[in-house]
Design a protein around this ligand. Sequence first.
Ligand code: TXA
Ligand code: MG
Length: 322
Amino acid sequence: MADPNLSVETDIDTCVVPYGAAAIAEAARVIAGGGCVAVPTETVYGLAADATNARAVAGIYAAKGRPSFNPLIVHVPDLAAAEALAVFDADARALAAAFWPGPLTLVLPVRADSGLASLVTAGLDTVAIRVPAHRAMRALLAACGVPLAAPSANASNAISPTRAAHVLATLNGRIPLVIDDGATEAGVESTIVATTGDVRILREGPITHEQLGLFPHEGGETATVPGKVTAPGQLASHYAPNKRLRLNATEAEQGEWLIGFGEIEGDATLSVIGDLTEAAANLFDALHRADTSDRETISVAPIPATGIGAAINDRLARAAYR
Ligand code: TXA
Ligand code: MG
């Protein structure tokens, strides 16, 4: 039976408000009332709610139509706020010092007195935390004064949003407010790193293996273990367009909308000069455009797996999986 607490009104007016003091004040009001709002971060737009309020967190799942309770990332303004929620070891502190604020999420042992709703961690004894750099998310954190749980602001399994219009594509009528601050900078979700035991990457993202590998570990070796993805909620099919997606295409076949890269020119080209950072920023927008085009299927040119290319290929493999 459907849980009535998780029902979501699907005919509410969704306001898109440009970033500014009025938008932040209204968003903070919605969040204080236990609601959720879409807000940009430097990676993708997030759907934010009070991480200490179980009903508010349940509202995120309801709006997204998530079938199961995957653990969510908790956003805080600074390291001190993060240390109130989780236990940091030396590796975690070094990573936080190097990459926060920024697109890095750390999975750490949750403190017993964190005050987080248990729905946020899905009952795990760890919590995923990040300190975002984006002005809108930072202003919202300051205005709310509570940690904010925020998954990407799209319906479950749909393409992640890097623009306000992408949020509306699947959440229009399901959430009250989208703060619009243009296209996000990084374009793919944060890198998730666990530091319990070996430092290892749970999800590829804007902070690359190469960047993490610069870290001298205890004893002087490098800390990075480019490990298997074992994070819960990392489904094989994710970030998925409705249409079939063909990888490593060198040209468009009949009826395909080609996403190009470098010398392979497509209907959209992620980066004409073959720049992977530019390609990551354009990836989800290209998938959104391809999915809403009049062509039947989508194809995408080969993307080198170096640097942030690892994150791009991770997202493409999940988008193509069926
Ligand atoms: O860039 C981002 O990280 C965006 C923006 C909005 O901050 N957020 C985001 O959240 O991508 P979400 O909910 O789509 O991804 C959360 C993922 C989960 O699927 C899971 O893989 C991992 O974070 N995660 C969360 N808590 C975890 C935990 N305790 N242990 C391991 N993985 C965890
Ligand atoms: Mg997501």
